[in-house]
Design a protein around this ligand. Structure first.
Ligand SMILES: [Zn+2]
Length: 315
């Protein structure tokens, strides 16, 4: 393996398309670390894209990377997140299967590469990219992710967002009213949500792993308190019938998001108690504070021990 790889690479910890995955970019000389980046791209290439209709002109697209949402109409196709580069052609085909309209806007929920690796291909296909200003900053500069022993080099300019915002953005598109807003640092410091008012669809990105312990990207200011606050903000935005799209996992509603928020708060409270009593991270993990939750939440990328460590370090 060369010390510096020329192409952006990905690390995917997910074992299947339904599992959560976190995918940073390029790895610098880490021969001891499995090349899960390539593995993730291979799995993405092998995973079909499924399409689920959410509303009249709004669809959920799911493959190996983060969940995508498509809105179609006369103003052009609007896509949320771009999955892996190896999925681009399949995503383009999935869009064509339900839409006769031209590419228009691609919105990134955050900077992680299981959500943005396809940016370059989608941009080449005609999409203009919109994201939080920090997503552009992180995609265009070197990122170090110690959790995965990774250094991530800047992406090619064609994959960078060219429209950015800091706090919030509202616009009409294809007859619907869209609200975009930044969460305080939660999963990362680049997280936003996208709300379609008429369609009653809310994409919240990776602040929500539906059915799994989530990843907290400490290298991007991710932290458990922010995840709880972001989940509560999303719950306040959603109505009883709102279709809530998580970054990973199946389509959800308020019931699933509330259960997830409550799990996060429970683990946070238990870990804070241990830490306040003087437990080291290792001791806190050994106490198994998530033992009764693991059967429900620990079957994704991160088990209870790993999640306890993430929580311990970010409270
Ligand atoms: Zn992520």
């Amino acid at each position: 393996m060369p010390a510096v790889l020329n192409r952006r690479r990905f690390l995917s910890l997910a074992a299947s398309a339904s599992a959560a995955s976190f995918v940073p970019r390029q790895m610098l000389g880490q021969p001891a670390v499995p090349d899960r980046i390539a593995q993730g791209r291979v799995l993405a290439a092998q995973t079909p894209i499924t399409t689920t209709k959410l509303a009249a002109d709004v669809y959920l697209l799911q493959g190996f990377g983060g969940n995508m949402v498509l809105q179609t109409g006369l103003e052009g196709n609007l896509l949320i997140d771009s999955s892996f580069s190896t999925s681009v052609q399949k995503v383009v085909a999935a869009i064509s299967a339900v839409s006769k309209y031209a590419p228009h806007l691609l919105i990134n929920t955050h900077w992680h590469y299981d959500h943005t690796d396809g940016n370059e291909g989608m941009h080449a296909a005609g999409f203009t990219i919109l994201a939080h200003s920090k997503t552009k900053e992180r995609l265009s500069t070197t990122q170090v992710v110690p959790f995965f022993h990774m250094t991530v080099l800047p992406d090619p300019a064609g994959s960078w967002p060219t429209i950015t915002f800091d706090d919030s953005k509202q616009f009409n598109h294809n007859g619907d009213s869209l609200d975009l807003a930044h969460f305080e640092p939660a999963h990362t410091d680049t997280d936003i949500y996208i709300r379609f008012h008429n369609a009653d669809v809310l994409h919240v990105g990776d602040i929500f792993f539906n059915g799994f312990y989530p990843f907290l990207d400490e290298s991007s200011a991710g932290n458990i308190g922010g995840m709880i606050t972001a989940s509560e903000k999303a719950l306040a935005l959603a109505g009883a019938k709102t279709k809530i799209v998580p970054g990973h996992g199946p389509l959800a509603g308020k019931v699933q998001l509330q259960a997830y928020r409550d799990m996060l708060a429970t683990v946070r409270d238990r870990v804070v108690k241990l830490k306040t009593a003087g437990a080291s991270e290792q001791e806190a993990v050994a106490k198994k504070p998530t033992a009764d939750l693991d059967a429900t939440w620990g079957k994704g990328t991160f088990n209870g021990d790993v999640f306890t460590g993430l929580v311990y370090r970010t409270v």
